[in-house]
Write a protein that binds this ligand. Sequence first.
Ligand code: HEC
Length: 134
Amino acid sequence: MRTIAALLLMGACVLSHAETPSQIEQAYVAEAAARQPGFTPNAGRGKDFFHQHFGINDKMPACTTCHTDNPLAPGQHAVTGKAIRPLAVAANGERFTDPTKVEKWFGRNCKEVVGRPCSAAEKADFIAYMNGKL
Ligand code: HEC
């Protein structure tokens, strides 16, 4: 238990200093591996997660509701209609460069769409997808 806590703390420290998408992804990988030894991120799983319909929220059933099916494309907020810049790093160099922003939006969107916080493994897979070849 104490080892896991220490590893989680390490993950949190790495995260607070991270500033590239790969560093932020690695911080989530470290956090996930603390719970699930040998965890490796997978862009394919991230893609499935992005497209999954969770059936929790009728107004926003999936991440794609606001971010569209294509992470390279601009999105639109399903409720407010506000424009959202693309999520993919290839189309928007500001994505996944600010750990506080990343945590804030995973927090809000996972709660609303998935109905619970996303796990570190899900976050690592999601960034692997958004930071990879699309
Ligand atoms: C109701 C609309 C909506 C839905 C549905 C939605 N998002 Fe978002 N998302 C936003 C908005 C608005 C922002 C912040 C504006 C921006 O960064 O362009 C954002 C930003 C983000 C960011 C910040 C990335 C960064 O570094 O800039 C992440 C991560 C994210 N969303 C993940 C998700 C995930 C995962 C899901 C599905 C579980 C999801 N979003 C579903 C509206 C949405």
